[in-house]
Design a protein around this ligand. Structure first.
Ligand SMILES: Nc1ncnc2c1ncn2[C@@H]1O[C@H](COP(=O)(O)OP(=O)(O)O)[C@@H](O)[C@H]1O
Ligand SMILES: [Mg+2]
Length: 417
């Protein structure tokens, strides 16, 4: 009897993505083995079948190889940013199709990414890297405003701040510096990226690479203006309302970006900005869309994004990758202020909005919530489908307006300012 293909799913414990991938694996009859980033002592204590410490990649790869001797592995898949580099190294060690670990790094570290894109002729804003030890007053004298200051390896817009003048820059620097230090950056060796602020509209492209060839699976407009100082992700709507020629240029740019980074296999999530000067790469990651956003995607005859990614990972032929189900959208519900989340109301009213297909509150009650630029999560997600992108956007806004979140000042909350 042949065994079902076994796929190892790598992710951080904070990921929103496991549920969708586990469900997809079940539907496809694959065996999914979850490996979440866990300190070694805890993995032993909890007798986890596959506890891996992502901060020690060599040991993690060795542990995966040892596991594979007893349980042959057919694919290793990264579900989020924390896992992309380990997935590349592990797949290489196991002799599975994979991205070059250098490419995985280029899709993970924004400084490495900017250099690779520029070398590959992909338009990016001017950028400079500075050590955390730099004096922000001096840096402010060297850069053309407006700029965006950002950490090199965080995500979800954490620590990403626009500054229009010297004062704002010095404040932004201190704030982002504190964020990266709290995330474990070294005060001596840590660094920050400063880029020219690019005006324009923003889109997100969901794609799948096979042997370096890119298939565009979905293109999302982000209809809320993203002008800073913080860059909250909110509404994503597909199909894009941009003209056909612009959409084609976006796909072409994304393809060029993947080539410039050296990514060849698996899911990619790219963010681009479009203005009068053209189509610019904000960033590209070697993973699929985050949060619960993929819930609104459906392909061919009801196939999920995660099913396509898993089929590709185990080398099975893909069914239709044509997006189905009309216009669709999702709103990541941002955290409006810091405090203790005490209550949520209006969910039924929000669900009753025509076009809304789901409201999922993911933030636990009676726990602190932290907004951007420090925070790393959402209050929840609203999903919608309708005939047109306009109607989807409208439904999401209306549903959001019907939700009310009671956030009370929290005593003893870790200082976030
Ligand atoms: N150079 C830039 N010009 C304009 N907006 C930017 C720039 N860099 C980042 N942003 C905005 O900030 C958001 C988050 O930045 P990004 O580099 O994607 O970091 P993250 O990994 O945290 O998502 C982007 O989606 C975009 O809206
Ligand atoms: Mg981003």
């Amino acid at each position: 009897m042949t065994r079902p293909p076994r796929v190892v799913l790598l992710a951080s414990p904070a990921t929103y993505r496991s549920g969708a991938f586990l469900a997809a694996a079940r539907r496809l009859g694959l065996e999914a083995v979850q490996a979440t980033d866990t300190p070694e002592v805890l993995a032993e204590r909890w007798a986890m079948p596959l506890g891996l410490d992502f901060s020690r990649p060599e040991a993690a790869v060795a542990a995966l190889a040892a596991y594979a001797e007893q349980h042959p592995i057919d694919a290793v898949l990264a579900l989020d940013d924390s896992a992309t580099m380990l997935a590349a190294r592990a797949a290489a060690a196991l002799g599975l199709p994979h991205n070059d670990p250098d490419a995985a790094l280029a899709a993970r570290d924004k400084w490495v990414m900017r250099q690779a894109l520029r070398r590959g002729g992909v338009p990016v804003p001017e950028f400079r890297r500075y050590p955390l030890t730099a004096d922000p007053q001096t840096v402010a004298g060297e850069i053309p405003f407006p700029v965006v200051l950002k950490p090199t390896t965080l995500s979800g817009s954490r620590g990403v701040i626009r500054a229009d003048d010297r004062n704002a820059f010095v404040q932004a620097w201190e704030r982002t510096r504190r964020i990266v230090l709290r995330e474990g950056a070294s005060p001596k060796n840590g660094e920050l990226l400063v880029e020219r602020y690019l005006p324009g509209v923003e889109v997100a492209l969901e794609g799948l690479l096979t042997g370096g060839a890119l298939q565009t699976l979905a293109l999302f407009d982000k209809p809320d203006p993203l002008e800073g100082p913080f860059f909250e992700e909110t509404i994503y709507v597909t199909p894009s309302r941009l003209p056909e020629a612009t959409r084609a240029a976006i796909s072409a740019r994304t393809r060029a970006a993947a080539a410039a980074l050296g990514l060849r296999e698996g899911p990619v999530h790219a963010e681009l900005r479009i203005n009068d000067d053209g189509v610019w790469l904000i960033e590209m990651a070697g993973r699929s869309i985050g949060g619960l956003c993929s819930t609104v995607l459906e392909f061919g005859t009801g196939v999920s994004l995660e099913e396509l990614i898993l089929l590709h990972a185990v080398g099975r032929p893909l069914p239709s990758t044509e997006r189905a189900g009309g216009a669709a959208g999702v709103m990541m519900i941002p955290i409006p202020k810091a405090g203790m989340l005490r209550g949520v109301s209006g969910i039924e009213d929000a669900m009753a909005v025509s076009g809304v297909t789901g409201v999922e509150i993911t933030a636990p009650l009676n726990q602190p919530v932290v907004p951007l630029p420090e925070g790393a999560s959402y209050l929840g997600f609203i999903f919608a489908r309708d005939e047109t992108p306009q109607r989807v956007e409208q439904a999401l806004r209306l549903a959001h307006a019907r939700l009310a979140f009671r956030i009370e000042p929290a005593i003893n909350l870790v200082a976030v300012g």
